[in-house]
Design a protein around this ligand. Sequence first.
Ligand code: ZN
Length: 385
Amino acid sequence: MDKVNDAFTLMCSHCGRRYDLNSKVWRCECGRPLDVILDVRATEFRGLGDVRAWDFTMWRYMKLLPIASSDNIVTLGEGWTPVMVRKLYGVELILKLDYLNPTGSFKDRGASCLISHLVEIGVDSIIEDSSGNAGAAIAAYASVAGIKCRVFVPASAPEGKKLQIRSYGAELVEVSGDLARVSEEALKESEKAYYASHMWNPFFIEGIKTIAYECVEQMQGSVPDVALAPVGSGGLLLGIYKGYKELVELGLIDSIPRMIAIQAQGYTPVYDYMYGSHGSSPPEVILADGIAVPRPPRLEQIVKAIKETKGDVVVIDNAEIIRAFKELAKLGFFVEPTSATALAALWKGLELRLIEKGESALLPLTGIGLKAIDKLTQISDVIFR
Ligand SMILES: [Zn+2]
């Protein structure tokens, strides 16, 4: 059954301006990112017994997602990914296998919600800028929805990711320079087509928040002590935080995990904001290409979520990534280097006492290793020595 969308508001948390949920804005007039706000008093959702139990995708939580008509859902079966619990390194590790999503990364959740929204408001042509995974996800869902799609990527993005984007039929635009440069180029074109940026668009985060819903349902209502999230544009961290926060507001759980942001050497805006310049420069081979974002538009929101949950930020270098990548592969999880930062951060968190022995930690495994085959081949000497 379709629903009325009264429970959702599109608003700017910075200046408080409100927009119609169906207006084609992608950021606030004041220049800040917008948020979709769920009014828990207005929602028809009545608890975890009220999910679409027959639907083994993230759309089982449709009542908590800002899409009015189920006819507009664009799905490839994303979400409802397995949770594996392992007692390792003195903690209870809750591995969320989000690399098993249709395009091989957690970004499918965001893309499914964003593209469904674009179908709902009648957009037929979009542009996106991405280091790779979000571009692939948006290209795939746009193709399914019949939306024309151009994806701007750094020329240095992994070949596998670029090929995947083109395979879905999107037009690939390679830009030399980092992701900030790529965004500038994409923005210049945003007059001609809707800017479906996963970094700016709040409907993307709405999809990501289902990770938290699923973890709560799959773990019979228990909430981990900490959640680790690799942070590039911050969609993963903000999505997980928002999902738990909404369930607290709905009275279904009592707490939000301490959010630990993970940044990679050379790309440390969250760390810099909280502690002053980290001072590291990008390595010659950027292994954590998925989080190499110099200026995330939602930086202040990310820091706020960390502080509110008494979390923190850690910075991981290439050597730590390789160690964690090998360990995860030994455990049977073949993930891309950006994903491996999560285990490296868990180790570092234990070392720095940000995480205590005996605690539980949510570790989302965000992207499949096959995405980064060319990069992994490039450093295979180091991996296997
Ligand atoms: Zn504003």
